[in-house]
Design a binder for this molecule. Structure first.
Ligand code: FES
Length: 123
């Protein structure tokens, strides 16, 4: 017996496109996830609003270029990839697909149907 799982992106409308200016970060609750959405060099990026060091609120941190700095202990992450740019964090953070369409900003989660929605950045 085989089981087939169809996974698709579930796009969630989070804000108006003019609500996030270049160089700005805003946080949103997207289903079960706290997500920080940033605009850098005109492009939108979305990462978890949770520092991998000790759960600091990344969305409250400063954005410099593509780096976002945790306001708690100063760890820095690349918003394009989630990679660690500065200690004390050692583990990367999760990223989410994000798009701008018809004047709205959408963040994607992976939708497996039902309530089993998980974030995924492998698309
Ligand atoms: S919680 Fe972010 S650097 Fe410590």
């Amino acid at each position: 017996m085989s089981q087939t799982t169809t996974e698709t992106r579930k796009w969630i409308d989070v804000a108006g496109a003019d609500g996030i200016a270049d160089g700005e970060v805003k946080t949103f609750q997207v289903e079960a996830y706290r997500v920080a959405v940033a605009r850098a060099n005109g492009q939108l990026y979305a990462v978890q609003d949770l520092c991998s060091h000790d759960d600091g609120p990344l969305g409250d941190g400063d954005l410099e270029g593509y780096g976002i700095m945790c306001p708690r202990h100063g760890a820095k992450f690349d918003i394009r990839t989630g990679a660690v740019l500065a200690m004390p964090a050692a583990a990367p953070i999760e990223t989410f697909p994000v798009m701008e369409k018809d004047g709205r900003i959408y963040v994607a989660l992976k939708d497996r149907g039902g309530d089993d929605v998980v974030a995924d950045d492998s698309w």
